[in-house]
Ligand binder design. Structure first.
Ligand SMILES: C[S@@+](CC[C@H](N)C(=O)[O-])C[C@H]1O[C@@H](n2cnc3c(N)ncnc32)[C@H](O)[C@@H]1O
Length: 284
């Protein structure tokens, strides 16, 4: 029989995501009301993908700060060491910007596709002391969106072979914090980011992933991820997937040459939203 101790130990962690899912559903409904009655653009409701982005942006505007007070594992220390030319994928409204040290950074590009978050992003960049060093790009992290936006910003030069310098590496650091769960075709996107990294450059990772139930995770949490997905988690959470095998995609992105350093640790591997946090270094 299931004991009380078992229930107290397991149920709260497994149910915690349901609270966030309920909040996301609330914001989706409020977004629909806003679009119809305040913005008076009822036809926008037919642009379902845009509507979902908008609803997630609303959720993040209201809750992002609170959800960023505590970040998993050694992330704060790793971010504080970021230096040189940095690319931050999906910075949202810049809640994690205070964790960087602006004096170490020459320029930081933020690739954020949700237009509604840009005002907050620029405000927080200013507040964190970046001034003119912060460049917000209205694009996603997937190559077909990111590369044209970087080219337009002037950061991509021409390589000697005639192509853009993207494939030879541009950035000293690329940060992926709570974003790879939502990018389209993650394997290709991560490969694209790997190419944008200079030889010797570092990728900073803080991502929630599929529960590693065969190793340090547990099957119940893995099942909970399936249940939350069926309940509409990706739909209401702006495309966020709970079941991505991001550590494997990251390892594979370096191809046969492999990473010079691949340091990822699981945080709360027993939960329904386990994170991997760490840093990967590209070979010189
Ligand atoms: C959970 S928030 C995290 C924001 C920030 N990285 C943080 O940790 O505070 C996810 C962010 O990724 C953005 N996003 C969604 N799809 C994206 C894509 N394809 N490429 C880049 N960012 C994306 C969302 O708009 C949102 O701002």
């Amino acid at each position: 029989m299931v004991g009380l101790a078992w229930i107290l130990n397991n149920i709260p962690t497994l149910l915690r995501p349901s609270l966030l899912l309920s909040i996301a559903i609330y914001h989706f409904i409020m977004t629909i009301f806003e679009v119809i009655f305040i913005e008076r653009r009822p036809f926008f409701l037919f642009q379902l993908t845009q509507l979902r982005y908008k609803s997630f942006a609303r959720l993040w505007t209201y809750n992002g700060e609170e959800m960023s007070i505590e970040m998993p594992g050694p992330l704060t220390e790793i971010l504080s060491q970021c230096s040189g030319l940095v690319l931050d994928i999906g910075p949202g409204s810049g809640e994690i910007l205070p964790r960087f040290d602006p004096s170490k950074i020459t320029t930081i590009y933020g690739a954020e596709p949700a237009a509604d978050l840009h005002a907050g992003l620029l405000r927080n960049a200013e507040k964190a002391g970046f001034g003119g060093k912060y460049k917000a790009l209205l694009c996603g992290g997937e190559p077909e969106s990111l590369i044209p936006a970087l080219a337009k910003s002037g950061i991509l030069g021409q390589s000697e072979s005639g192509g853009s310098s993207a494939e030879n590496g541009v950035f000293d650091e690329i940060c992926c914090v709570r974003v790879l769960c939502g990018v389209p075709h993650p394997q290709e996107t991560i490969r694209g980011l790997y190419q944008l990294l200079k030889p010797g450059g570092r990728m900073v990772i803080c991502e929630h992933v599929a529960n590693p139930w065969r190793k340090e995770g547990r099957i119940l949490a893995r099942i909970a991820q399936v249940v939350y997905t069926l309940l509409g988690w990706p739909f209401f959470m702006g495309g966020c997937e709970l079941q991505r095998h991001t550590p494997r995609y990251l390892r594979e992105a370096a191809g046969t040459e492999g990473w010079a350093e691949f340091k990822l640790e699981y945080v709360e591997p027993q939960g329904a939203v386990p994170f991997v946090v760490g840093e990967l270094r590209k070979r010189v």
